[in-house]
Design a protein around this ligand. Structure first.
Ligand code: FPP
Ligand code: MG
Ligand code: MG
Length: 398
């Protein structure tokens, strides 16, 4: 959908909020260990795209005009909640926490950041063009960025990445142990900040994202056909499996943080659901483009290695489509491009096929579904900005 002149610049609407994020993250990640501070803030020293915080803030604004007056009734998105074992939760946890000096210090920091977060200005709701962002929305945006970054800290160890955001990857600079600790620490601080939102539904939804991330990584580790006869051509199941993995590793965090943002606005159930559907589809489109850029952009432009997925043995959408046209990709996929020349051969076949074009088409379909989900929001500059972000996910080059 082209909206041309009607489109609102997202950075104009939520630019000030976004500009506080880096400073607030540094405060949320303060510890008594200078080294831990350095490592956990390393990836924030290069400017990330901040797409997740951007979406949280825009959904906050878009849903601020669709609130309901009474207490909400909306329920969790999926059946994950039913499987949560509440007996695992230690009833004395809060006592333990408050008797622990380090945690007390962290609690104070998180509380102070909530009260007076933004560059010395009071952490009050901000209203721009009649659209509201609450302090809890800002905190959710920061939590979302911390969850994302903590997963990258672990991911770069797992993937043995050379670079990220144009810098040496975390473990190249500080070693595996530091990278893992920093990732764990960031996730811990994100959990504390999440608990401090004092919203059980949001806590539950955002916690379920962590399961999804691991689930996605596990799906990625195993090919669909592992243990069964190799496929001659990728069938529908292969695409379904790939798309489910894509939702879990990337879509879930975006979808559920959008959902949580609408919940924090006290939105009606249909708006909460639409926020989720929007985030889910934008998230999948975002990862499809990521998988495309791995084949089309230079490492310098991307700030991280290209061709990395083949090197890691992964058959993403461009490969699956190429495999439909070139059966000889089958054995290469099955052995995860592990033999000399496999990566080069697969790279050539992908470029010779319509795989890249079809991947972009698929991303476009998901982006369209995302844009359609916005129909339920009352029209506002925020919904226009969200349409703009949806488009820019498709045209991004890094
Ligand atoms: C980047 O993917 C990584 C992810 C989307 C998720 C990684 C998740 C884990 C390591 C599970 C542990 C989770 C937590 C919260 C600690 P990629 O490797 O395809 O992308 P890249 O090219 O940017 O590295
Ligand atoms: Mg990875
Ligand atoms: Mg990686």
């Amino acid at each position: 959908k082209e909206h041309g002149a009607r489109r609102t610049d997202p950075r104009e609407l939520v630019g000030p909020e976004l500009s506080f994020i880096t400073g607030n993250l540094a405060r949320l990640l303060e510890s008594g260990h200078p080294m831990l501070n350095t490592v956990s803030q390393y990836y924030f020293s290069a400017s990330g795209k901040h797409i997740r915080p951007l979406l949280v803030m825009l959904i906050a604004q878009a849903s601020s005009v669709a609130t309901k007056r009474q207490g909400r009734t909306s329920m969790l998105v999926d059946s994950d909640a039913a499987r949560v074992d509440y007996s695992l939760m230690d009833r004395t946890l809060s006592q333990t926490l408050s008797s622990d000096r380090e945690s007390q210090h962290a609690n104070q920091l998180i509380e102070a950041a909530t009260r007076s977060g933004s560059g010395g200005r009071p952490y009050a709701p901000s209203v721009r063009r009649g659209l509201t962002v609450l302090p809890t929305h800002r905190r959710l945006a920061e939590i979302t960025e911390m969850i994302h970054t903590s997963s990258l800290l672990h991911d770069d160890v797992i993937d043995r990445a050379e670079t990220r955001r144009g810098m040496p990857a975390i473990q190249k600079r500080f070693g595996n142990k530091m990278a893992i600790f920093a990732g764990d620490f960031m996730l811990a601080r994100a959990s504390m900040a999440l608990a401090r939102l004092r919203d059980p539904e949001v806590i539950e939804i955002m916690s379920s994202v962590l399961c999804d991330l691991v689930d996605g990584e596990f799906k990625q580790l195993q090919n669909l056909e592992d243990g069964s006869a190799p496929m001659a051509r990728p069938d529908e199941r292969a695409f379904d499996y790939y798309l489910q993995k894509t939702y879990l590793k990337t879509g879930s965090l975006i979808a559920k943080s959008c959902r949580s943002s609408a919940i924090l606005s006290n939105s009606t159930d249909d708006v909460v659901e639409a926020a989720y559907v929007y985030g889910r589809n934008v998230g999948i489109a975002f990862q499809l483009i990521d998988d495309l850029l791995d084949f089309t952009v230079s490492a310098a432009a991307l700030g991280k290695p290209v061709g990395a997925d083949l090197e890691l043995g992964l058959a993403t959408a461009p490969v699956l489509y190429a495999w439909q046209e070139h059966a000889e990709l089958g054995p290469l996929v099955a052995r995860k491009f592990s033999e000399p020349g496999d990566v080069q051969r697969a790279w050539e076949l992908v470029h010779r096929s319509s795989g890249l074009h079809r991947t972009r088409e698929l991303a476009r379909q998901y982006a369209r579904r995302a844009a359609d989900a916005l129909a339920i929001f009352p029209p506002s500059p925020a919904t226009e900005a969200l349409e703009g972000v949806t488009q820019s996910v498709l045209t991004r080059t890094r």
